[in-house]
Design a protein around this ligand. Structure first.
Ligand code: SF4
Ligand code: SF4
Length: 401
């Protein structure tokens, strides 16, 4: 695709990066067929090719309006289009750059701004989110059934094993996951312990920064990233072999620190090292002898691979064979490439589209009558559970250790 970027952007690092991405797109439209929002809405501008065209128009200095913003807001950032694209167009990166610029150009209605601000000021802070969740649990009896379904029950977490092995990996402290499902990281730490690896919590770390960054608050997001790099760096220097994530959304963000901070004069090198060390928990287990783990009782599972795992981290098909080898029976799932509608804050900001995607996804997952639905990201876990009577777990919670 030919481009002619406007003066306001053409000599900036982000402008050059966006230009290179745009030039890779040959406008073939293959990506459109696998885009969940195009499937639902049938509008070219609600598919990747149309959104790329809107972003190109903005970068070339043409007027942008609330309509441009609407079509980009409806994008899930699921990156199914990247998986399909034969030209390797990095749509996710282009959308992040474009959304940051668009936010400066088009002012949202005040209620929308307040909503986005509230999400940014609540979800990335474990204490604030934990307190809000505790209040919501207290209020459960007076809430409607729909709201009640969205509030996870408090569940006990297994004890964190002592650091007794020479092999060590790091884990981020995280943000919403410790309050919603503290058992996930604790289960991962116990599984790793059985395999001879100690998991160390990166004290002083927290939210990976994805939530703010993808809401176009780039400064806020990169501040979280720098804070995490500072917290993890002493452990990295002491030889931690990986930074392990049990939330595929956070894992993807960690893998992109190097890209996002590549022009930062202080943090570029460290960010690149963090990205090279970042691993999904599935990648760690795939490289280990799993015989120390006890075999599971046969149990029927439907696995939902989060978009951040299969399209973002390009790890489609990583977890399913691990579960099969450990004795689980996997039920067939139709259209596994499609998003469940969780997509970070999308479920709050685009509830109608999100609920339609959830209904379709649950139909596909429940078709094989599983006893449990397993996934690999806290957002998908909570979103799927809000609409299903079948228990939904992170797959690592199902492993016997
Ligand atoms: S993003 Fe890829 S698949 Fe989509 S129109 Fe461009 S080149 Fe074709
Ligand atoms: S990221 Fe997902 S929703 Fe957005 S354009 Fe690509 S396929 Fe469509």
């Amino acid at each position: 695709m030919q481009t002619k970027l406007a003066d306001f952007v053409k000599d900036t690092p982000e402008g050059r990066e966006a230009d290179a991405i745009l030039r890779n797109c040959v406008h073939c439209g293959f990506c459109t067929a696998t885009c969940p929002t195009y499937q639902l809405l049938g509008d070219e501008l609600d598919g990747p090719r149309g959104r790329i065209y809107l972003l190109k128009q903005m970068l070339e200095g043409q007027p942008v309006t609330a309509r441009t913003q609407l079509h980009l807001d409806r994008c899930l950032s699921c990156r199914a289009c990247e998986t399909t694209c034969p030209s390797g167009v990095r749509y996710g990166r282009l959308a992040d750059i474009g959304r940051g610029m668009l936010e400066q150009k088009v002012r949202r209605p005040w209620l929308r701004r307040l909503q986005r601000w509230a999400l940014r000021k609540l979800l990335p802070y474990p204490e604030r989110f934990g307190a809000a969740l505790a209040l919501a649990r207290l209020a459960r009896p007076i809430l409607s059934a729909t709201l009640r379904a969205k509030i996870p029950h408090k569940a006990p977490a297994p004890a964190w094993p002592a650091a007794r092995h020479a092999r060590r990996v790091l884990m981020l402290e995280g943000c919403v996951q410790p309050a919603m499902a503290p058992g996930i990281d604790a289960a991962a730490a116990n599984v790793l312990d059985r395999l001879g690896i100690s998991a160390i919590r990166g004290e002083g770390s927290g939210c990976c920064g994805a939530l703010s960054y993808h809401l176009a608050a780039h400064e806020e997001g990169t501040a979280f990233m720098r804070r995490n790099i500072d917290a993890l760096w002493p452990h990295i220097e002491q030889g931690a072999e990986a930074i392990v994530s049990t939330a595929s959304g956070c894992g993807l963000m960690l893998k992109e620190y190097g890209d996002v901070l590549k022009h930062d004069p202080v943090y570029a090198g460290k960010a690149e090292r963090v990205s090279l060390l970042a691993r999904d928990i599935g990648e760690i287990l795939a490289g280990e002898d799993l015989s120390p783990l006890r075999k599971s009782k046969p149990c029927r599972i439907a696995f939902h691979s989060p978009c951040t795992l299969q399209h973002g981290q390009k790890l489609a098909g990583l977890v399913e064979p691990l579960l099969s080898d450990l004795g689980f029976e996997l039920t067939p799932v139709d259209q596994p490439h499609l998003c469940c509608g969780s997509a970070g804050t999308y479920a709050f900001l685009q509830p109608d589209l999100s609920q339609k995607l959830l209904a379709d996804k649950l139909r596909a997952l429940e078709e094989g009558r599983p006893e449990c639905i397993a996934t690999a990201n806290i957002g998908c876990r909570a979103h799927l559970q809000s609409g299903s009577k079948v228990p939904v777990r992170h797959w690592i919670e199902l492993l016997p250790f």
